[in-house]
Write a protein that binds this ligand. Structure first.
Ligand SMILES: [Zn+2]
Length: 161
């Protein structure tokens, strides 16, 4: 699956439905760009869920079994995508949103997860990780927070406890 439909990825022109998704910010320009490139690599045989720009690099979230195909022989596809996007890309895979969170936070332990109900009606997911594990994280907390928020379509607070 790609964030846009295969025809749009192939023709590089967005249909009304994909255009609406872009306008409503369900998908980003980055998703569109990467989807078009990935279609060229895989002809629709593999895809990704979402691309998230975390500042220093871009994370492409996908199914575990697609990681190797996305990277391509000798890393060729990945290199082309990085050139096009102009920054480093990390391909990360998991079979569910929950698993993705654990992948991002690994090897740190999650102490607890809870929901915070704010006065303005928003619901925030709060993830508490063990303070002794912070140094072991593969990414900074801000990046993890941004990726998880994007993935869950919810505001996420990552707390060290
Ligand atoms: Zn479309």
């Amino acid at each position: 699956m790609l964030p846009i439909c295969n025809i749009c990825a192939k023709t590089k022109v967005l249909c009304a439905s994909c255009e609406t998704k872009l306008k409503n910010e369900e998908i980003s320009e980055l998703d569109v760009k990467i989807a078009q490139m990935m279609y060229d690599f895989g002809k629709g045989e593999f895809g990704f869920e979402k691309a998230v720009d975390v500042g220093d690099f871009v994370v492409v979230l996908t199914q575990k079994e697609d990681i190797g195909k996305i990277i391509g022989p000798g890393g060729e596809n990945l290199r082309k995508m990085e050139e096009s996007v102009g920054t480093h890309i990390k391909i990360m895979g998991a079979s569910s949103a929950e698993e993705m969170i654990y992948t991002l936070i690994f090897p740190a332990n999650i102490v607890s997860t809870s929901r915070l109900y704010l006065a303005d009606g928003r619901v925030i997911k709060k993830i508490t990780i063990n303070k002794n594990d912070v140094d072991k994280l593969k990414m900074d907390l801000h990046s993890i927070k941004k990726i998880v928020s994007n993935l869950l379509h919810t505001d996420v607070e990552i707390v060290v406890g």
